[in-house]
Design a binder for this molecule. Structure first.
Ligand SMILES: [Cu+2]
Length: 415
C-alpha cells in the first residue's frame, strides 16, 4: 500500500516521433541505455529538435544515474503466502479443446500478496493503471514509484506449507547490499537474504532516472529442494504432452541446457535449486515512471513463466504459464476499447527464451515496427500503442512448444 497516493501523472505532451517514442518499447532498462546509444543517430535524424532525455541517463551511458529524492515513500506491506493453486481453473485448453482435472493442474504455490499495514489483511485487487493488480499472489502486487521516490517494502514470510526462508530481490531500482535480498553461502547471515518462516524484513529501494521502466522482483533466498512424493507418482509420467521432466525426453526449447538437477531442458527439478520460490510463484513487477512516461487508459502486467512436474510434483505435466494460468481463458484475459492508450509491461522468468506476440497489433522499436519480441529470462518489455483494432485477439509466446503447454491468452478489444 502506498502511503502517498500516486500523484497525477504530469501530462507531458506525447513526444510524437521524437527520440523518446522510439525508446518506448525496449527490453528492460539496461538494454534501453545500450540500445539508445546505438540508435541515437537515426533518432536524431528523424527528430533533430528532440530534447535530451530530461531526468534520464539514457542519452549518455556515463552520466550519473543520480538519486534525487522527492521525499515520497511508497510503502508496501508484502507477505509470502502459501496456497493451493490451480493453473487451469476452468479445466480446459481453450485453443485445442484438451481437458484437465483440478488434480492434474493444482500444486502448492507460494506468492507475494499486498496487505494493509502490519500485514493486517490482504488488500483488494486494484486493476487501475496505477494499481497493484489482482493481488491474488501470482504475480505479486505491482510495486510502483516515480523517479526520486523510495519504495519501502515490509516483508513477512508466511510460507506455512514449505516453511522455507524467502526474500525479495528487486531489479532496476537502486539499493545497498542490505536491501538486495540475494542469498550467498559465504555470507549466509546477510540481512534480508533468507528471511525465516514467520520473520520479517524491510527493504528500501530507490527509483533513479535509470529505473524508469518495468522490472521483476522475486525470491532469491537459500536453495531448496521440493519435497518428492514418497513413492513413484505419475508426476512426470509417460505421455504427458510436451513433458520434459524425468530426465528422458528432449524438449523443443532453444534454451535447453539446464539439467543440473536431473531434469532435462528448460525444466529443472529434483535437487536444491536457487530461486525455486520464484518458480513456485514468488515474483512480481516493479513499475517506475517519470514525467515523460505517457499516461495510459489501460495497463497490463504479464509474466511469461513455467512450472515443471519436477518442481511441482503434483502436476501431470510441465506447463507454460501467463500470470500463473495455463491455456486460453485460464491465462488472464485483458480488455481495452478502441481509442484507449494501452501499455503492456511484459516480464519473463525461468530458463527459456520467450517470444511475446500480440495478434492484430504492432508497436515501435528502434529497429522498426514489430508485433513479436524475444525476451530472455528476467528481462522485460514495455510497449505502448493507441488501440484501433476491436476484436477478440490472442497474445501468446511464439515458441510453439510453449504455446502448446499453455502460454497463450485473450486480449479483447471492444469497439
Ligand atoms: Cu515461450
Amino acid at each position: 500500500m502506498a502511503s502517498d497516493p500516486p500523484s497525477a501523472p504530469a501530462p507531458a505532451p506525447h513526444p510524437g516521433n521524437g527520440r523518446r517514442t522510439l525508446l518506448r518499447a525496449l527490453t528492460g532498462g539496461g538494454a534501453l541505455a545500450a540500445l539508445s546509444l546505438s540508435t541515437a543517430p537515426r533518432a536524431s535524424a528523424a527528430a533533430p529538435q528532440a530534447a535530451p532525455a530530461a531526468g534520464r541517463a539514457a542519452a549518455d551511458p556515463f552520466a550519473l544515474d543520480r538519486f534525487e529524492p522527492t521525499g515520497r515513500v511508497r510503502e508496501y506491506w508484502i507477505q509470502a503466502d502459501s496456497f493451493t493453486h490451480n493453473l487451469v481453473p476452468n479445466g480446459k485448453d481453450g485453443m485445442t479443446g484438451d481437458t484437465y482435472t483440478a488434480g492434474q493442474t493444482s500444486y502448492q504455490a507460494v506468492g507475494y500478496r499486498a496487505y494493509t499495514p502490519n500485514w493486517g489483511s490482504p488488500l483488494p485487487g486494484d486493476p487501475a493503471v496505477d494499481g497493484i493488480g489482482p493481488n491474488t499472489g501470482i504475480p505479486g502486487p505491482v510495486l510502483r514509484g516515480q523517479v526520486g521516490d523510495v519504495i519501502r517494502v515490509h516483508f513477512r514470510n508466511n510460507d506455512a506449507h514449505y516453511q522455507w526462508p524467502h526474500s525479495m530481490h528487486p531489479h532496476g531500482v537502486r539499493y545497498t547490499p542490505d536491501n538486495d535480498g540475494g542469498w550467498m553461502a559465504d555470507d549466509a547471515k546477510k540481512p534480508g537474504t533468507a528471511v525465516a518462516y514467520g520473520d520479517t524484513y524491510t527493504y528500501t529501494w530507490e527509483c533513479t532516472p535509470g529505473s524508469v521502466g518495468s522490472w521483476p522482483y522475486h525470491d532469491h533466498a537459500v536453495p531448496e529442494t521440493v519435497p518428492r512424493p514418497k513413492s513413484g507418482s505419475g508426476a512426470s509420467g509417460s505421455g504427458a504432452k510436451g513433458g520434459s521432466t524425468g530426465g528422458g525426453g528432449g524438449t523443443a526449447d532453444a534454451a535447453g541446457g539446464g539439467g543440473a538437477h536431473g531434469g532435462a531442458g528448460a525444466f529443472p527439478g529434483g535437487g536444491p535449486e536457487m530461486e525455486v520460490g520464484a518458480v513456485l510463484g514468488l515474483f512480481g513487477m516493479i513499475a517506475v515512471t517519470d514525467e515523460q512516461t505517457p499516461p495510459v487508459d489501460r495497463e497490463f502486467v504479464l509474466f511469461l513463466h513455467d512450472l515443471s512436474a519436477g518442481d511441482a510434483p503434483a502436476l501431470q505435466q510441465d506447463l507454460s504459464l501467463c500470470n500463473g494460468g495455463a491455456f486460453v481463458d485460464n491465462a488472464p484475459t485483458f480488455t481495452a476499447k478502441a481509442g484507449d492508450r494501452v501499455r503492456w509491461r511484459v516480464g519473463t522468468l525461468g530458463n527459456s527464451l520467450h517470444v511475446f506476440h500480440l495478434h492484430g497489433h504492432r508497436w515501435q522499436t528502434p529497429a522498426g515496427w514489430v508485433d513479436s519480441q524475444v525476451l530472455g529470462p528476467a528481462t522485460t518489455l514495455t510497449l505502448e500503442y493507441q488501440e484501433d483494432n476491436p476484436g477478440d485477439w490472442l497474445y501468446h509466446c511464439h515458441m510453439p512448444a510453449h504455446m502448446m503447454r499453455g502460454m497463450a491468452g485473450r486480449y479483447v478489444v471492444s469497439g
